[in-house]
Design a protein around this ligand. Sequence first.
Ligand SMILES: Nc1ncnc2c1ncn2[C@@H]1O[C@H](COP(=O)(O)OP(=O)(O)O)[C@@H](O)[C@H]1O
Ligand SMILES: O=c1ccn([C@@H]2O[C@H](COP(=O)(O)OP(=O)(O)O)[C@@H](O)[C@H]2O)c(=O)[nH]1
Ligand SMILES: [Mg+2]
Length: 203
Amino acid sequence: MTSEAKLSKDDITVVFILGGPGSGKGTQCAKLVEDFGFVHLSAGDLLREEQQRPGSEVGEMIQNYIKEGKIVPMEVTIGLLEKAMIDNDSNRFLIDGFPRKVDQAMAFEKEIVESSLIIYLECSEEVMQMRLLKRGETSGRIDDNVETIKKRFKTFIESSYPVVEYFRKFDKVHTIPCEDSIDEVYAKVKPIITELFKQKEQK
Ligand SMILES: Nc1ncnc2c1ncn2[C@@H]1O[C@H](COP(=O)(O)OP(=O)(O)O)[C@@H](O)[C@H]1O
Ligand SMILES: O=c1ccn([C@@H]2O[C@H](COP(=O)(O)OP(=O)(O)O)[C@@H](O)[C@H]2O)c(=O)[nH]1
Ligand SMILES: [Mg+2]
């Protein structure tokens, strides 16, 4: 027997935006926020905020995981996401860069709410690396360097891409090639979300 998720996906729309590091998740989310009024929760941003919060008991641990391109234990990330969802009091959430492992996907959907769909931004490592190194010139991020980028790619292939395959079984994944310009990519992303809300309105 499976226990029910706490919230219903009829009441709360959660869209997961997945893709390798540098595929453009944050960039596409910013555009979706403008058009659809989502609250955008980047798991990476939430972890970086927690890492910098004075007095955080997990700050140093988060920093070590990020520097090594490894996945922070899910209790921490799910806790931060859940708090952000409660604090923001919306019924539309874009969750960017999470889940990063299949067990995280299962835990989130069981404990919080089932996702409505997944957008997977598909990108070659070559393009992602180029974007990340460029971003690294100004981001100040401890993980936008060649050495950590290699580790992030490995983690993505071994642990995070299987999340996309997991959701494919439920027919929930929309795969979008994302090597074109930001606007060209968005022209493919936007209709998917328009259709999602159209279907929800008809319910
Ligand atoms: N379609 C695109 N074409 C060129 N550059 C892009 C595109 N999408 C994003 N970028 C740039 O690539 C970098 C990584 O994008 P970002 O949205 O931060 O990716 P992610 O959140 O997946 O790591 C940023 O500097 C961003 O401005
Ligand atoms: O659910 C998450 C999201 C991020 N991270 C960590 O935070 C880093 C940066 O994630 P972010 O999504 O910000 O990077 P991006 O994919 O956008 O480059 C990752 O490499 C992981 O170390 C994590 O452990 N769990
Ligand atoms: Mg990002």
